[in-house]
Design a protein around this ligand. Structure first.
Ligand SMILES: Cc1ncc(COP(=O)(O)O)c(C=O)c1O
Length: 392
């Protein structure tokens, strides 16, 4: 009986918005929704070759069950890859997951019971809110403005509510595209360590930095309390569905037990194929090829926004990640604007779902990552005209 289902989680786009975005994705609408990596950048031929080699040389293993913690050579490759981000991890401190999304769910399942409080940046990655809400509805937000976390709010939250963990995206923050400075990272690590608060560091965009390079929290000293979450989705392909958690080995063992109960393991075929790919193609070379393309698209969107958006709208140019976060005048609801925008040929993500607690209607997220510069210019011109028409 439908009435016997548990109450649905709240932080999802409304049914109507979801349907509109799905339809838009299947049409020739210029879509700035979804923060998708550029499909033109997928290394299709190299992955095809890795797949062929996997099937020719390792088909028995690739088609068989594997260990819940992940395919051991891939765990070793991930550990080696993280060392380039300044993180020293042993392969046994890594759990391979179905994307970063599963990593977030598993950590929440491990740490949180329904009475616990979870601290999150506001705004933040919407689907993380969904994952956490399944464990506890007690969400507490800490304001994040692009490159600044409001530390006094965090301190107050730590003192008052003793949250079970703080979820944070220090680099290429989704949705704002900002990154915390080295000084802020230092303070964050010290404050959470002192107050005994676990930190979940989501580094999905950590390698997609355009202007300066910040190192992850987990690369610092005294970060045993930090769970690091990584992903191949934005830097290689989300279709592989491979991400990972790096934490102390005892936590990895517990997380593996939870994962086992949920899906036994991440797909062997994906893991072996990825491992074959990484063995012959340094990922840093691929990322180096992607960065100028994304930077060009970001810059194209920055120029177009300045040209076509009214001065009442506000934004900062992202230093990392895939999206611009636009604040519209209070009188405009981005969700209400979407059907009209799609009718004019442009789609975007309304930002209300990015707020853990009090939803604000007047924000939109515009992802530049999967659009060519000429379509960015065209789409922003249409959107700018529409937004201007709503301002008296
Ligand atoms: C900040 C952040 N974390 C995690 C994810 C999920 O990534 P994955 O595809 O690895 O599950 C996303 C996807 O958009 C994201 O933006």
């Amino acid at each position: 009986m439908i009435s016997e289902f548990k109450a649905p989680i709240g932080h999802i786009q409304s049914g109507q918005t979801e349907q509109l975005l799905k339809k838009a994705a299947e049409s020739d609408v210029i879509s700035f929704a979804g923060a998708l990596p550029s499909s033109a950048l997928f290394p299709g031929a190299e992955l095809e070759e890795a797949f062929a080699r996997t099937m020719a040389e390792h088909s028995r293993e690739a088609l068989q069950y594997n260990w819940c913690e992940g395919y051991q050579p891939l765990r070793e490759q991930i550990a080696a890859h993280m060392s380039q981000r300044g993180i020293h991890a042993a392969p046994d401190e890594i759990l391979v997951t179905h994307g970063a999304q599963q990593a977030l769910s598993l950590i929440a399942k491990l740490l949180v019971s329904s009475a616990d409080t979870i601290a999150l940046e506001s705004p933040t990655y919407a689907t993380a809110i969904q994952a956490f809400e399944l464990q506890s509805r007690n969400l507490l937000d800490v304001r994040r403005d692009f490159d600044c976390l409001h530390f006094f709010m965090l301190k107050e939250a730590l003192d008052r509510a003793q949250p079970r963990f703080l979820y944070i995206i220090p680099t290429g923050h989704n949705p704002t595209g900002g990154s915390l400075s080295a000084v802020e990272r230092e303070s964050l690590v010290a404050m959470t360590a002192n107050d005994g608060c676990i930190v979940i560091e989501d580094d999905a965009y950590g390698e997609l930095q355009y202007d300066r390079t910040e190192q992850p929290l987990k690369s610092r000293e005294n970060t045993e309390h930090v769970f690091y979450v990584g992903s191949f989705s934005k830097i290689l392909s989300p279709g592989l569905r491979v991400g990972w958690v790096h934490a102390q080995q005892k936590a990895i063992i517990e997380l593996s037990r939870i994962k086992q109960a949920i899906d036994l393991q991440t797909g062997s075929l994906s893991q072996l194929m990825l491992s074959q790919y990484l063995a012959t193609h340094p990922l840093t070379d691929h990322v180096r090829r992607c960065l100028p393309v994304y930077r060009t698209r970001r810059d194209a969107m920055a120029v177009s926004l300045r040209q076509h958006f009214p001065e009442e709208a506000m934004w900062r140019t992202p230093v990392a990640g895939f999206s611009f976060w636009i604040k519209l005048p209070d009188t405009i609801s981005a969700e209400d604007l979407l059907p009209e925008a799609i009718a004019h040929g442009v789609a975007f993500d309304p930002g209300c779902v990015n707020f853990p607690c009090e939803r604000k209607p007047n924000f939109m997220r515009l992802s530049f990552s999967n659009q060519e510069p000429q379509h960015i210019e065209e789409g922003i011109a249409i959107l700018g005209k529409l937004v201007s028409s709503k301002i008296d």
